[in-house]
Design a protein around this ligand. Structure first.
Ligand code: ATP
Ligand code: MG
Length: 452
């Protein structure tokens, strides 16, 4: 066998569940990370149209108030990679009460860590005070002397401590808008130039402190199109199981963010390669592995091709709903057990059963599960079948609230496989022919309040 020529994602799939050795290494508790910040200043001018002028004004107002203030985090990273940032965050030496004094349109939010939100017509700029890493176990600064007061996590810090508490070097950069200078305490500019996602400090510690960072690394690398450094990958392989210790809603949120940016396919490859898919969706890796043993790489490749087509849609501005994205990911697992002779009612029940453990693990809402189920069941009605089938009203079917999602899903499959494209076209025409009634603006019955 020419093992060398196998793509990494296939290697990841075939290497199977994490080795016992690697999991055993994850037993001991992580020690706090010690990173020596080392300031490097890099002068950089970003195109004015990529900089949010309101964020720039917020920074200037803080400066005029006598405080240090910078753009920080994802926006500086995106600018450095030549991308248009989604949102702009500001970090400052001013404490929340001082920030509030400077802005009329400001609200302080957060119970554990207080932040300022500055409101504009179409956006909110988040302003945080420089902060230090939260002590492990959520302890506060130790002044409580055994008191049971839960102090908030406002452990204020300085730029150095604020930089090193962040996850990846490219996410820890400050931008001084007036001096047009990047303040880099952690080697992030160099890593950005090498197109590399690297944890700040030892990944074997940083990823265990917060296993969600493993998903964040994949999301970032997939979206920007860069690599994850080898040590960070090795630590992900070793401690991937810890992801399931994180709160399920956090896992869900990060997966949704990972799959919504038009980079599902590269993210999927990385999840496979780094053994993360095995942890979050073992049903899928087992299925793909069995399919590989049975018939070779075909099933895996058709799944990757489907995701690549979905990415093309997203990049072209055609948004897919979260349920469609979930259906794309789960279709091989959920549809394969349904034989051709399964009735629609049986299919619905089986899908609900199969979805349950996945939904629980990934905190997928009931509503989203239901939509995934509807999309997959609808597929059975959209594919033409020889022989007798139950009759149904086409007009009623295409007016269903789930139909647009079902059609997107069907159309993507026809595009990726090159088969039944006319059929997708035909269904789209039907949908135009029988437009759905507008969704009611308010639910008919007011939701009952829980009795107090
Ligand atoms: P995006 O553009 O997708 O929003 P982002 O980097 O801005 O990416 P956010 O989740 O908005 O991501 O986080 C903002 C910043 O907060 C990050 O750039 C990073 O510096 C820091 N951060 C977020 N999550 C973590 C984490 N789990 N551990 C350490 N730092 C984090
Ligand atoms: Mg952000």
């Amino acid at each position: 066998m020419m093992t060398e020529s196998r793509p990494e994602y296939l290697e990841g799939l075939l290497s199977g569940p994490l080795s016992a050795d690697a999991s055993a290494a994850a037993e001991s508790a992580p020690q706090p990370v010690i990173v020596e910040p080392n300031l490097v200043e890099v002068s950089r001018e970003f195109p004015r149209e990529l900089l949010d002028q309101e964020a720039v004004r917020v920074v200037r107002r803080l400066n005029e108030g006598g405080h240090r203030a910078y753009l920080v985090g994802g926006c500086v990273r995106d600018l450095l990679f030549g991308l248009r940032p989604k949102d702009f965050d500001v970090v400052t030496s001013a404490e929340p009460a001082q920030i509030k004094k400077l802005f009329r349109n400001c609200r302080i939010i957060g119970r554990r860590f207080r932040l300022a939100h500055i409101y504009f017509r179409d956006k909110i700029i988040e302003v945080a005070t420089f902060r230090a890493a939260t002590p492990p176990n959520g302890e506060s600064d130790g002044q409580g002397d055994g008191e049971l007061i839960i102090r908030d996590d406002n452990v204020f810090g300085d730029p150095e401590s604020d930089a090193v508490r962040r996850d990846f070097t490219v996410n820890a950069l400050f931008y001084d808008v007036d001096k047009k200078l990047i303040l880099d305490y952690v080697g992030g500019v160099q890593d950005a130039e090498a197109r590399m996602i690297r944890t700040i400090g030892n990944p074997h510690i940083r990823l265990r402190e917060d296993p969600i960072r493993m998903l964040r690394a994949v999301r970032l690398a997939a979206r920007i199109g860069c690599a994850v450094d080898d040590e960070t990958i090795a630590a992900t392989r070793a401690y991937g199981r810890d992801i399931l210790d994180a709160a399920a809603p956090r896992i869900h949120e990060d997966l949704q963010r990972m799959f919504s940016g038009g980079a599902m396919a590269p993210a999927f490859d990385m999840l496979l390669s780094y053994g993360v898919l095995e942890v979050i969706l073992p049903e899928l890796t087992t299925h793909l592995r069995e399919a590989y043993e049975f018939e070779g790489i075909e099933e895996l490749e058709s799944m990757r091709s489907l995701l690549q087509h979905a990415d093309r849609w997203t990049q072209a501005g055609r948004e897919l709903s979260p349920a469609v994205r979930m259906a794309l990911l789960l279709a091989p697992v959920l549809l394969t057990p349904l034989g051709g002779d399964t009735t629609r009612r049986d299919a619905g029940t089986q899908l609900t059963e199969a979805l349950r453990p996945i939904a629980q693990r990934l905190s997928i809402s009931k509503k989203e599960c239901e939509r995934v189920r509807q999309v997959l069941v609808a597929l059975g009605k959209m594919v033409p079948r020889a022989g007798k089938r139950r009759r149904f009203s086409v007009a009623a079917f295409v007016k269903r609230a789930y139909f647009p999602d079902a059609l997107d899903f069907f159309e993507l499959i026809t595009e990726a496989t090159g088969e039944l494209r006319d059929e997708a076209e035909r269904w789209r025409k039907k949908m135009d022919e029988f437009p759905a009634p507008p969704a009611p603006e308010k639910p008919k019955r007011p939701r009952r309040r829980r009795p107090r």
